[in-house]
Design a protein around this ligand. Structure first.
Ligand code: BEZ
Length: 211
């Protein structure tokens, strides 16, 4: 069965270009992003990995570890990383899991046989420090992912993990947040000292609490 939000991210051991890992140990107490690539030496994946390498400091700021996975072996990853660095003007700075046996791809349901029965789709799993899955995304091989959006989602997830807020459509950090529907009107003043705006009984805004 497909993994759902709130499920524990399945643990596994795997080889990566940076050595072998136990996934949960590797995550430690950090947030994590696990994202799959159909295969090595493919053009869209090359641009995605270069982009994440260039955004690594943004993931670090959010105490979020990033790890990629592709069904090819470690030697292939190592050769491909040379091409990624050369063509994307970056230095790869996070591991790529080698999954030639498709063990991890199977655990995370990354192969969608009605599209392709050997390569993975572009899956994204954001995992919280409690090892629970907080977000899943599935893109086809032909569409490169928007990693600014993944950072934006992590900002929203981390905010709502600490404060009783949600974030509205197209929210960007610094903009007003929505007070959680579970918060009673009489609790608002204590929880949100920066003030609030009540548009409807169910639609109440407050400035971003942690800024
Ligand atoms: C790519 O990463 O460019 C790609 C991979 C598989 C199919 C199509 C594109």
């Amino acid at each position: 069965m497909a993994l759902r939000l709130g499920d524990i991210a399945p643990n596994f051991t795997a080889e990566t270009n940076e050595g072998s890992i136990d996934f949960h140990q590797w995550l430690g107490t950090s947030w994590g992003v696990l994202f799959s690539h159909p295969k090595d030496y493919t053009p869209v994946c090359t641009t995605e990995l270069g982009m994440v390498a260039k955004l690594k400091s943004e993931f670090d700021k959010r105490k979020t570890k990033v790890i990629a996975i592709s069904v090819d072996p470690v030697d292939s990853h190592k050769g491909w990383i040379g091409d990624i660095n050369e063509t994307q003007s970056c230095t790869m700075n996070f591991p790529i899991i080698a999954d030639p046996g498709k063990k991890v791809a199977g655990l995370y349901d990354m192969i969608h046989p009605n599209v392709d029965d050997t390569a993975t789709v572009r899956s994204v799993f954001v995992i919280g420090p409690d090892k629970k899955i907080k977000l899943t995304l599935t893109y086809p091989a032909s569409t490169g992912r928007n990693f600014a959006e993944i950072l934006r989602v992590i900002d929203s997830l981390q905010l709502s993990a600490k404060h009783k807020v949600a974030t509205p459509a197209n929210w960007e950090p610094g903009q007003d947040c929505i007070i959680s529907p579970a918060v009673k009107d009489e609790e608002i003043a204590a929880l949100f000292p920066k003030g609030h705006r009540r548009v409807k009984p169910y639609l109440r805004y407050t400035p971003q609490p942690n800024q």
